[in-house]
Design a binder for this molecule. Structure first.
Ligand SMILES: [Zn+2]
Length: 181
């Protein structure tokens, strides 16, 4: 008899607890994901990108467009420095990795960092190519081909419109005391 009463009380208490819980269980807003399906960590709406980029940059970076060969800002650019993503500013290539491929687009035999660029198969326009996108913002950069020079044998063929450039700082005065470990 006592155990029956105890069971009844337990069930009652459990029911009350459940009811209380469900009555406060409001529909919470789902937290926004910090990455999208490409692993990009910067996500903006099309409207935001359009506001930040020129029409040409938007067409290339966000709609996988291609600038005409020999028309971009950087295909014949030889200054020392770092090429960055026009969409988010992430460093992508160095001037040492740039070489003259003759194709009319800025070409690099390697990326600044293996994690800076993501590759994806691209079957558009009846071709099989490997698309390269910025790992941070998912912006379309161009394609990578396997006809580049050593040591990698790769040619990262990039639209100038997808790039920014940060000039290297001028060399420090050689008469200054050299850095010692
Ligand atoms: Zn980017």
């Amino acid at each position: 008899m006592r155990s029956t009463l105890l069971t009844a009380l337990t069930v009652l208490a459990f029911t009350v607890a459940c009811t209380a819980q469900s009555s406060t269980g409001d529909v919470s807003t789902k937290p926004l994901s910090t990455t999208d399906s490409t692993g990009a960590t910067i996500m903006k709406t099309d409207e935001q990108w359009q506001a930040e980029l020129t029409p040409e940059e938007y067409r290339i970076l966000r709609q996988k467009g291609t600038e005409r060969a020999f028309t971009g800002k950087y295909w014949d650019h030889h200054a020392d420095g770092t090429y960055t993503c026009r969409g988010c500013g992430a460093p992508l290539f160095t001037s040492e990795q740039k070489y003259d491929s003759g194709c009319g687009w800025p070409s690099y035999y390697d990326a600044i960092d293996s994690g800076a660029i993501v590759t994806r198969p691209d079957y558009s326009h009846g071709m099989t190519r490997t698309e390269i996108v910025c790992a941070r913002c998912g912006g379309h950069l161009g394609h990578v081909f396997d006809d580049g020079p050593m040591p990698t044998g790769l040619r990262y063929c990039v639209n100038s419109a997808s790039l920014g450039f940060e000039q290297a700082k001028p060399e420090t005065d050689p008469t200054n005391e050299p850095e010692k470990p």
